[in-house]
Write a new protein. Structure first.
Length: 134
């Protein structure tokens, strides 16, 4: 499986993501893009702050992808770091496979891994200056 896992403040272009995912064997690709909401639980959000432990996060994701039992042609993962204002992209997860069902299921499992088990932490910062770890 071809894969690319990136961290940073520069969001990759849609063309870069789709170009990477494209392979002659893939019949489907799916790209999920997450954004910072401007409101959460009735509180106005100014931005999120992401803290990434790259030394742990990269091998964690590599190991997870190695154990994923879904046949994929390619995977593209991007995680923002630092301050991300409301309305901006936080993550991109792209999967390409022989068919759409595999792409959807793999995308869902990768996102669940990122949310619950990945060495990435986020803090929500509200317009009133208060903060909360999510």
């Amino acid at each position: 499986m071809k894969r690319e896992i990136l961290f940073g403040s520069e969001v990759p272009s849609p063309q870069r993501v789709l170009s990477f995912l494209s392979t002659p064997a893939a019949g489907a690709s799916l790209v999920f893009t997450g954004f910072v909401r401007d409101e959460n639980e009735n509180k106005p959000v100014d931005h999120l702050e992401y803290d990434v432990d790259r030394d742990s996060a990269l091998p964690q994701m590599e190991e997870f992808l190695d154990t994923l039992r879904i046949p994929l042609e390619s995977v593209f993962i991007f995680q923002r770091e630092g301050v991300v204002p409301a309305g901006e992209t936080t993550i991109i997860v792209g999967t390409a496979s022989l068919g759409r069902q595999e792409a959807y299921e793999a995308n869902r499992l990768i996102l669940e891994f990122m949310k619950h088990r990945w060495a990435v932490w986020k803090q929500e910062v509200y317009r009133d200056g208060k903060r909360r770890w999510l």
